[in-house]
Design a binder for this molecule. Structure first.
Ligand SMILES: NC(=O)c1ccc[n+]([C@@H]2O[C@H](COP(=O)([O-])OP(=O)(O)OC[C@H]3O[C@@H](n4cnc5c(N)ncnc54)[C@H](O)[C@@H]3O)[C@@H](O)[C@H]2O)c1
Length: 401
């Protein structure tokens, strides 16, 4: 079976690597640099090893392309393109629309289309199917299904094989063929009664994380005002063996999912006349953390940051990955610069960001730790400035949340 995977990023390349062990995979991406790298067997994603990619290419089980016409004889198409927010923070389905166009224009026979991109309930039924039909002039009758992706880049204990996967088709046949496809590389497949349930479950999973992170971030501020340790208090609460799940405070949320997906849920809720005030407020609390942290750092340093050299340590949105999408470091840097601080950043895992190279981990007046990668030495961070503020809870000797 020939599988086309549209989008070769975190989700698309991961699924391609797993599917490539059984099927022939064509990875379609409109970024020619990524395509070129992939065809040379170089993975740009944590969790997909270059050696595996090289082996799959050699065995004829993987090839990357940026030509839509190359997927014309696929038997199954997986969509894994970004679903970001517009500048007005509304769902942006333009990438999804472009993927539908690629399918509509190029695919020559009836196929199963599986969407793995995260979007609001109703996207498969009311957006993807009609768009593909429109772009193909209703030439073919495809099958449609959704199977939301749960990959956690950089994580080694859970992967495609042992992470339970939800799925649902628009028809019985679509569901059955979806199960058959994933069953070759996923141990636990859970069918739900409609695509809308699968789409909503994915959004709710991430909204659950978003509101709990916001809650603990608000609590960090309360704990500081009360003069008690947020970490000790959370550890104490966590001794309750039931009804409690520990989340840790941070400079905010980053990545493609937690800062974005809840807004998809809020948008669809509001469209149906349900005010999603809780979700909206959680998002605001997480975004406000950057300002709170800069305020705390300023207060500890005589109320003034003007002219001080501040090193932001760790600009990836989470440890041990190079992903900087929606990173809280960006807002922290903005707030520091608006107070006149001279800001640089250190993150050798990321290397280059916004056209700037990672600075040395030394010589600053103030260091603020946003993300602590395992490879970064805690002692070196503590020696990088006379004042260190830690937002990760990993540097007990530092000032912090
Ligand atoms: N990253 C995660 O951890 C994660 C987890 C679960 C779900 N998701 C969801 O999966 C989807 C993809 O996310 P991602 O993290 O893989 O994004 P990504 O940015 O890592 O990768 C997307 C890729 O798609 C390509 N692309 C964009 N439009 C295209 C088009 N029309 N044709 C071909 N290629 C195109 C881009 O060049 C990019 O390489 C999103 O909806 C996201 O919310 C992501």
């Amino acid at each position: 079976m020939k599988i086309a995977v549209i989008g070769q990023g975190y989700v698309g390349l991961t699924i391609s690597a797993f599917a490539g062990e059984t099927y022939q995979v064509i990875g379609l991406d409109n970024n020619p640099i990524i395509v070129d790298q992939l065809n040379r067997g170089i993975s740009h994603i944590e969790g997909v090893e270059s050696d595996q990619l090289k082996r799959l290419i050699k065995g004829g089980n993987y090839i990357a392309t940026n030509l839509g016409s190359d997927i014309s004889d696929a038997d199954l198409v997986v969509i894994a393109v970004p679903t970001p927010l517009t500048t007005n923070r509304e769902p942006d389905l333009t990438f999804l629309d472009a993927a539908c166009k690629t399918i509509g224009v190029n695919i020559r026979k009836p196929v199963l289309v599986i969407n793995e991109s995260t979007s609001f309930p109703g996207t498969l039924r009311n957006f993807i199917k009609p768009a593909i039909e429109r772009y193909s002039n209703n030439r073919l009758e495809h099958l449609y299904a959704i199977s939301p992706e749960r990959v956690d880049p950089g994580r080694s204990d859970f992967n495609q094989k042992n992470t339970p996967r939800l799925y649902a088709g628009l028809s019985k046949e679509a569901s059955e063929r979806t199960r058959e496809f994933y069953s070759k590389f996923c141990d636990n497949l859970i069918e739900v009664s409609s695509p809308e349930v699968a789409e909503a479950a994915k959004l709710f999973e991430n909204t659950f994380r978003q509101v709990n992170i916001a809650l603990v971030n608000e609590f960090a501020q309360i704990a500081d005002a009360l003069g008690i340790s947020v970490y000790e208090t959370l550890d104490a609460a966590n001794t309750k063996p039931y009804g409690f799940m520990k989340f840790s405070p941070s400079a905010g949320v980053g990545g493609h999912c937690i800062p974005v997906d809840p807004t998809y849920l809020a948008a669809v809720a509001e469209e149906h006349g349900v005010p999603a005030t809780f979700i909206r407020r959680a998002n605001e609390v997480n975004l406000e953390m950057s300002e709170y942290i800069v305020k705390r750092v300023a207060e500890d340093n005589g109320g003034e940051l003007k002219g001080k050299s501040v090193l932001v340590v760790g600009v990836a949105y989470k440890p041990n990955v190079a992903d900087v999408r929606e990173t809280a470091a960006e807002l922290v840097i903005e707030h520091l610069r608006s107070r006149g601080a001279v800001v640089s950043w250190h993150d050798d895992v990321v290397g280059t960001w916004r056209g700037e190279k990672s600075s040395d981990l030394s010589g600053a007046d103030i260091s603020i730790v946003i993300t602590k990668h395992d490879v970064v030495d805690a002692k070196a961070i503590m020696a990088s400035a006379p004042y260190v503020f830690d937002t990760t809870g990993k540097l007990p000797q530092a000032h912090g949340l």
